[in-house]
Design a protein. Sequence first.
Length: 416
Amino acid sequence: MLTPLRWNAITVALLLAITLPTAAQKPAPQTANPAPPRVFLLNAQELATLRAADAKDPRRQEVVRAAVAAADRAMTEGPFSVMDKPVVPPSGDKHDYMSRATYFWPDPSKPDGLPYIRHDGQTNPENRKITDHEEFGRMSEASRALALAWYFTGNADYANRAALLLRTWFLDPATKMNPNLEFAQAIMGVNTGRGIGIIDTRPLVDAVDAIGLLAGSTAWTATDDKGLHDWFTQYLHWMRTSKNGMDEDAAKNNHGNWYDVQVTSMELFLGDRKEAIDTLESVKTRRITVQIEPDGREPLELARTKAWGYSNMSLEALCKLATFGDEVGVDLWNFKTADGRSIRAAIDFLEPYAAGPKKWDYQEIAGFHANALEPTLLRAAAAYHDPKYAALAQQIGSDRDDVDTLLLRDALPGLH
């Protein structure tokens, strides 16, 4: 019986996946050499290999409990829709996504509070009244959890529910989201939407992998797949050609990274390999070289009131881009400028603060939480084959035993 290590699963993407059907579930058909699923943040070959592994494998048994538990929770969530919000966007079409600027508040010196003013790092709770942002994230996470459980257990209920969530958000004419973010992160009294709002849909990558996991299920049809292909084609076109999209593409901080994560994910889904390679190659000069100093500092993130959180958030996106790069032969992990700017330099800059020898001397109004670096450390341990990253991840991790944590741990030899 394995003893779970201490880990913290902070919005980390799955690298590997393993599971075992419960007694009440029909196992998925297995072959000696199963075809890998068409996924991009997950390790497709490892998924297929572990799907065919012996059902008595103890790691597989450990992970399936977490995977099935996550799927069972997701069975009771949603379906989610942009039609759920209690307000109508400026377009008059409720199918348009809508959200308000996270850190903007009414001006107390004005009778109507307009225009709203910025308090960086301080979330205005009234924004939660518009539900699109929260529901998009929950839809993406839940559909991935359900699809992953189906992929390994063969339980059609999971596939049916995942398909329902995806169809409701993207495809059903009565409930679908229009493929644009014209009205995301609006500042009251200033504008009706901004390029910055494109970061709202960064969980899109989970929905993309959910679609790949569902391939072969009777719940997900060729018509569904074509419908998603068309939706992503339209959304990607909007991202590339709209003012909001071009503004976000030009962002020099974490927003630019997350823009590239979404664009690359859609390019890979659509089979646009050349475009994906071009996007990832540009990360070297447009993101890493611009954002990271030779000593690893990320100045634009360090200037924020949540400097630790945003430094980690920016690195998370870069690590996901590096994972996409592994898919198409673009090595972002080891890219380094002549003066030393690199993903690894940024990791190594944050490492001593997480480990404890150095005290964080930048602003962090949300409180310093060392384990925010853990997902990046786990990916770094795998990418660089450096046990020091895994050791620190274990040191700063908290007691969590969910599927994301277990799968990331299992990706590292000697840590299970």
